[in-house]
Design a protein around this ligand. Structure first.
Ligand code: UT7
Length: 323
């Protein structure tokens, strides 16, 4: 028998307020046709004034716990991926820990921006295998609406708020079983910082700052980097792309999703796409998409799922797991 780390529950939360392309066309010089054609996005959810990243994350965490049939008392590790923390410190993870009533274990944040959830899943997997944690919550939660420059049409139309979470549980399985988290591929290259960054922070400006992106240059790297992460992951895990049941990518742009799937010869019917309704929710996008596809019955127990993401850093990567 061998140790396995299984995904046993998935949950998500979206704030109720919706901002459409039509709404945005009254704020900046843009239009529904341009945004839909270039990105696939029709609308995005925006957190209310008094609603923080930790609130979104806590709701998603509670939904994931419910789906797993567990309570906060069962969890000994909480990893939160976010680039829009409530505060500089304490970590948003510890705020979520408190909000869900988790009184034991450890909680901390992972910062890899849009790839945050992919990095957090790999981090929790490693800690569970090597440091004795038995049941974990991995949360991706963001309020990007708070770091957008709402007068910049090249960025403000792209992002939204939301949160998603998964529960991981340690288990055992036959040595030849291909179950649970099967592998991860993580990469960063800090030399691309100026293509996608926030122009403020506690150490440099003592402010929060706004998101800045040279979108078309990020786009050029996205398809190549993501495809390479996925190919490396499939090679190291010995899995053929034809075996993948569902491709649950980071939701930045429908054209990136399609480009990656085409390059990797993944059937478009296997792509879970939520970018049209959610926009780019950064670290929340993969678990939000996964939760939606589980809720509507597409992704089922036993399915082989491939995730990927790429964003600021640059940071990019992929995870492979069988539910
Ligand atoms: O998750 C983090 C990673 N981020 C990404 O992966 C995002 C990657 N980038 C993209 O998704 C795309 O590059 C964008 C959606 C951001 C932009 O699409 P694009 O096809 O690369 O357009 P572009 O930036 O080359 O701009 C084309 C034109 C420009 O006008 P000119 O210079 O050709 O006259 C822009 O000023 O579109 C203009 N434009 C807009 N027009 C209407 C830019 N934003 C808008 C807008 N509405 N909102």
């Amino acid at each position: 028998m061998k140790q396995v780390i299984r995904v046993t529950g998935v949950g998500s939360y979206l704030p109720s307020r919706i901002l459409t392309n039509e709404d945005l066309s009254r704020m900046v010089d843009t239009n529904d046709e341009w945004v839909k054609a270039r990105t696939g996005i029709s609308q995005r959810h925006i957190a209310d004034d008094g609603q923080f990243t930790s609130d979104l994350g806590a709701e998603a965490a509670k939904a994931a716990l419910k789906a797993a049939g567990l309570t906060a008392d069962d969890i000994d590790l909480l990893v939160c991926a976010t680039a829009t923390p409530d505060y500089t410190f304490p970590s948003t993870a510890t705020i979520i820990q408190n909000k869900i009533g988790m009184r034991q274990g450890a909680a901390f944040d992972v910062g890899a921006v849009c790839s945050g959830f992919v990095f957090a899943l790999a981090t929790a997997d490693g800690l569970m295998r090597n440091s004795g944690f038995k049941k974990a919550l991995v949360v991706g939660a963001e309020t990007f609406s708070r770091i957008l420059d709402w007068s910049d049409r090249t960025t403000c139309v792209l992002f939204g708020d939301g949160a998603g979470a998964v529960v991981l549980e340690e288990d055992t399985a036959e040595d030849d079983a291909q179950i649970g988290l099967l592998g991860h591929n993580l990469r960063t290259d800090g030399s691309y910082k100026d293509l996608l960054y926030v122009d403020g922070g506690p150490s440099v400006t003592q402010t929060v700052g706004h998101l800045r992106m040279i979108g078309n240059q990020v786009f050029k790297h996205a398809v190549v980097n993501i495809s390479s992460a996925v190919e490396n992951l499939l090679t190291t895990t010995g899995v053929d792309h034809n075996e993948i049941d569902w491709f649950v990518p980071h939701q930045a742009n429908q054209r990136i999703l399609d480009g990656v799937a085409k390059r990797l010869s993944i059937d478009s019917a296997k792509i879970v796409s939520t970018v049209g309704k959610h926009g780019n929710t950064s670290a929340a996008s993969v678990p939000l998409a996964l939760a939606e596809a589980i809720d509507d019955g597409r992704v089922k127990s036993g399915n082989l799922v491939l995730t990927e993401a790429m964003g600021g850093g640059f940071a990019w990567g992929a995870n492979l797991f069988r539910l």
